[in-house]
Write a protein that binds this ligand. Structure first.
Ligand code: B12
Length: 180
């Protein structure tokens, strides 16, 4: 499946790059689309319209930028994007219900860590009830599908190597080879 990950890439976005790695390892065709400020809305919309992913994941980490992401999602819809738009990250996780109430362009919110959740969503994008740790619309309401089981051993995740920006030092890489 073609999947676009949209978010800040001010230096290097580890969140997006971890999800890029897990989606790639699951066999998906994934692109990172940087979205560093609101002036890039037309550029991101054009990229999505041309590449036509089936799923867009927006990394809504910063409270101060929440409205910019809502504007972006709305602009993608206005440009005719019909795929699934999900949001994740600290802000989206903590404001999931409000986001879905106020931003009709966004289809779902994935709570917490996105590596396994995005793979799960890609596999079940037409049967959202199968995806745990998600807030989504059902009928007239907004529902939470229940918590995800946390990953027991982070080393079971594939590494992020090969998914980082060349030349940027990712000291925060939590896939520590020495078990530290
Ligand atoms: C690195 C970092 C930065 C980097 C960002 C680099 C980049 N992205 O390009 C820099 C130094 C540039 C930065 C800047 C700022 N930062 Co900062 N930053 C962080 C920090 C320390 C780590 C983030 C990180 O890489 N984590 C590692 C990754 C792997 O984990 P993660 O981000 O949590 O991502 C996981 C989940 O959240 C989830 N997820 C994330 N996105 C998505 C998307 C989808 C679709 C899904 C499903 C899941 C998902 O899955 C990810 C993988 O498991 C956090 C603190 C923290 N502990 O998170 C603060 C933090 C995010 N920053 C914060 C702030 C306030 C800022 C600034 C506004 C500070 C300032 N006053 O200038 C600026 C904003 C800059 C801007 N113009 O937008 C706050 C945000 C709080 C808020 N509510 O807004 C945080 C939480 C720190 C804090 N506690 O205050 N920051």
């Amino acid at each position: 499946m073609k999947i676009a990950l949209v978010g800040a890439e001010l230096e290097e976005n580890l969140a997006i790059r971890y999800m890029h790695a897990s989606l790639f390892q699951a066999g998906h065709d994934v692109q990172i689309i940087p979205f560093n400020d609101v002036q890039q809305v037309p550029q991101v919309v054009q990229h999505v319209a041309q590449w036509q992913p089936a799923l867009v994941g927006m990394s809504m980490v910063f409270t101060a930028r929440a409205k910019e992401f809502i504007r972006l999602a709305t602009a993608m819809r206005q440009a005719g994007f019909m795929g699934h738009i999900t949001a994740g990250g600290h802000f989206a996780t903590l404001h999931a219900e409000l986001l879905l109430r106020d931003a009709p362009a966004i289809d779902s919110v994935l709570h917490g860590e996105g590596e396994e959740a995005m793979v799960d969503l890609a596999e079940h994008v037409h049967e959202l009830q199968q995806v745990q740790g998600m807030t989504c619309r059902r009928g007239q309401g907004i529902v939470f599908t229940g918590p995800r089981v946390a990953v027991q051993n982070l080393d079971d995740r594939g590494g992020v190597e090969g998914h980082l920006k060349p030349g940027v030092c990712a000291d925060g890489n939590r896939h520590a080879k020495q078990g530290c």
